[in-house]
Each structure stands twice: as C-alpha cells, then as structure tokens.
Design a protein around this ligand. Structure first.
Ligand code: SF4
Length: 414
C-alpha cells in the first residue's frame, strides 16, 4: 500500500512502513519547552501570528451556536451593516454575505451603500483598503481577521517600487514608462500608480488598461506592471500580440532589478517579480495529468496562472468569467478549474449535473482568505451590536487621494 502524497508530506507513513525519524523542524527562536498546540482564539505565536489578536472573546470554532449567533447579530444590525464576501471565502462565511463578487465588484458595491455605516469585508487586506478608499467618510470598513493579507500584494512594497522608479529615472526611462497596477496591491502601490499617471486594472480589464497605456492617451513606451508578473505577461503576449522577448522581469531583491539599462530600455513590459501563491501552483503537469485522467475535459484557468499553464488551457478568464463559464455550460460538461479551491468546490456543489474538478490533485486553499472564518465573523458582528468597531481598516487620506486617482482612471478606461 502506498501513502497519499499529501499524507507523505505530513509525515504519515503507509501501514507496515518502518518508522523514520523526521528531520528536526526549522527553529526561528529557541524553544523554552515543548511546542504548544495553539487552538484558534486561545493564544497566538507572536513570531508567525503578528496582528491577529482579537481583543475580547473570539468564539471557539466548536461553538455549536455560531450560526445562530451570526444570524441574530446580523438581524440586530439590519441595514446599518453591509457584509461583503469574496468568491474565495469559505461557505460558512459566504452564507452571511449580502453580496459576493471579486475584489473590484465588492468595493463598488460597498460604495453603492452609503446607508451602511459599517462594511464588514470578508476578503483580504488590500480589498478592505480599496473599499475604504471608495466609500464615504462616514463609513467604516472592518476586516474580521487582520492576518488576512495577500502574499502577492506583499511582494511589492512601497519602498521597493519607489526604488524601481528611481532606477528607471536614473536611466532616463521613467518618463516613457506607465505604471499599471493590478487591483491586488496595497493602497500605497495604488497611490504610487496614481502619482505617476498610471491606472489600476483587474483581471477582466487588464487588456484595456494596456491598450490605454500604449495608446494615444498615454503614448507609453513601456509599462511597469505591478505586482503580478503572470497577469502582465499573459495579457501582453496572449491578448496584445507581444512576444515573450518584449517582457523582462524586475527582481526587487537585486540591484537595478537585476536588469541592465538596455534591457529596461528595450522592454515593452517590465513585469514585477510577484505572483499569487495559489494560482502559481498549477503546472503544465497538472494540465497533462487531468487531460489524461478525464478525456475531453475543458481546462479553465485564471490569468494569474503561469504562462505555460494559460497557454495549455482551453479557457482563460477572471473569477467572474470562470463562474459564468461553469454556470452557463450545458449539463454533462466537464471542467478542470485552476483557481482557488473554495470557489471550485462551491461550483462543483452548485452543479451536480456537471463534472467540476480542481486542476491540481493536491489541495490548496488561499491560506489568508481562509483566515476569515465564522468565529471571526461572529466576533466582528457581535462587537458591532455592542457598539464596538473592531479591526477597522483605514487608509491615510494622502495615500487614498492618489490611489483613488488610479482607481478612477481604471473606471474611465475606454
Ligand atoms: S488567491 Fe492569491 S491573489 Fe488572491 S488573496 Fe490569495 S494569495 Fe492573494
């Protein structure tokens, strides 16, 4: 008997296998005693759980009344609260969302509800920031768990991006360069984009953003695309007809991005070396494996996937596109979907008459999206019922003004 690869990685051996002493885990600090098992809401590891303190009582995940508590709090708050749920959230959270959508749709929805004094954003940090930028001053945005960040957004810090711009300026190239930043970036990166006459884009309008940057409105010689190299490359090559040689990757951890002045000058796309840790997992091997396993299957992936995966797929599109493609397909259709697992699972449950499988054979949720669970949502809602606002996300007004400029530019894209 063999062991499933996931169990193998977790150190679970097949029956009959002689015991093997596992290698010692890496230690970032001296241990005072045996490692403690930390249960949700009962303690935290300050090394790995910065910012996740929940002052007050976080309900235990085992509380059987959680659903009832969420319902009661939601009903007590009425229209004064609007709950937004990103498509990648857990079902237990989505059940309480007033609206679901991708990050941009949710921010727009928040802005369209001025009567809601509190917006509870079940998503990740950059999304809550965008909601704060787009909503009125009287509205407060809450992220139920402050540890719900985004590894991709974290791959481009304001300091690194300013340094990259300086490199371009020193090379005499900044003037001809237009920053185009993916929605999945911090407010500071959006503000940088607005300050330098660029635009924000989503996975649905990335092509229009590039056409605008290179077209008569901006006449850019090149684009600095932040922070997802895959979305930038896939859009440039597969939708704009550029070649892979037109793209260079700027590594923020190397002097000058690891590129020569000539490479920067000749590039049409300077791609920031960032990626989504969920979509970046899918490989060409996953596509080959699923095609061999399920003949005739349609491979449907998000453009945050690697170029070779997107090239090998049958259909490519944003989260909203993926949902529509599966929803509208006739019964009996078969899809292998390359996006976050919570959404794939939800699509599979919603369409028992269709085959919907995850593109990778190993399980991978977005770990930060999954930080928002029912205990955190109940905690945020019940705090509001008591008149306390917890985990409020605010963006500095100067940063917000420039970020808004870049977001408005996106809205004005032809
Ligand atoms: S799925 Fe990827 S881009 Fe989205 S929040 Fe998670 S890490 Fe960030």
């Amino acid at each position: 008997m063999t062991t499933h690869p996931a169990l193998e990685r977790a150190g679970v051996a097949a029956p009959g296998t002689p015991p093997v002493t596992p290698p010692a885990p890496p230690r970032s600090r001296p241990l005072a005693g045996p490692l403690e098992l930390l249960l949700l809401g009962r303690g935290s590891d300050p090394d790995s759980e910065r910012g996740v303190d929940c002052p007050g009582a976080l309900p235990p995940a085992s509380d059987p009344t959680l659903v009832e508590r969420a319902r009661t709090a939601r009903a007590a708050l009425g229209d004064s609260v609007f709950v937004l749920g990103h498509h990648y959230q857990r079902d237990e959270v989505i059940a309480f969302a007033d609206v679901t959508g991708d990050s941009f749709k949710l921010a727009q929805q928040a802005a369209a509800r001025p009567e809601a004094g509190h917006i509870v954003f079940c998503g990740v940090h950059f999304m809550a920031e965008s909601a704060d930028i787009l909503t009125g001053d009287h509205q407060q945005v809450i992220l139920p768990d402050l540890a719900a960040g985004c590894s991709m957004a974290d791959m481009a810090t304001a300091e690194q991006v300013e340094q990259a711009w300086e490199t371009l300026a020193d090379a005499g190239l900044a003037e001809g360069t237009v920053p185009v930043s993916y929605m999945n970036s911090s407010a500071a990166i959006k503000a940088f984009t607005g300050r330098h006459g660029g635009t924000i884009c989503t996975s649905s309008n990335a092509r229009r953003a590039l056409e605008w940057a290179f077209g008569p409105a901006r006449r850019g010689e090149r684009v600095l695309f932040l922070p997802d190299q895959h979305l930038g490359r896939n859009t440039a090559v597969l939708e704009m007809g550029m070649s892979l040689d037109d793209c260079v990757v700027y590594n923020p951890h190397r002097p000058g991005g690891g590129l020569t002045r000539e490479q920067l000058r000749d590039a049409r796309m300077i791609l920031w070396q960032g990626h989504c840790s969920v979509h970046g997992r899918f490989s060409l091997g996953c596509v080959d494996e699923v095609r061999a396993r399920i003949p005739g299957i349609t491979v449907l992936v998000h453009p945050e996937c690697r170029h070779e995966v997107v090239t090998a797929a049958d259909l490519v599109g944003s989260t909203e596109y993926i949902i529509k493609a599966v929803d509208e397909a006739p019964p009996g259709s078969r899809f292998a979907v390359g996006t976050e697992l919570n959404l794939v699972q939800r699509l599979a449950n919603r369409h028992p008459d269709k085959t919907v499988v995850f593109l990778d054979r190993t399980v991978c949720y977005c770990s930060t999206m999954n930080r928002i669970d029912l205990p955190h949502l109940v905690w945020a809602l019940e705090s509001l019922v008591r008149g306390e606002t917890v985990n409020r996300i605010t963006v500095d007004p100067d940063v917000a003004a420039y970020a808004r400029k870049a977001l408005d530019q996106m809205l004005a894209l032809p």
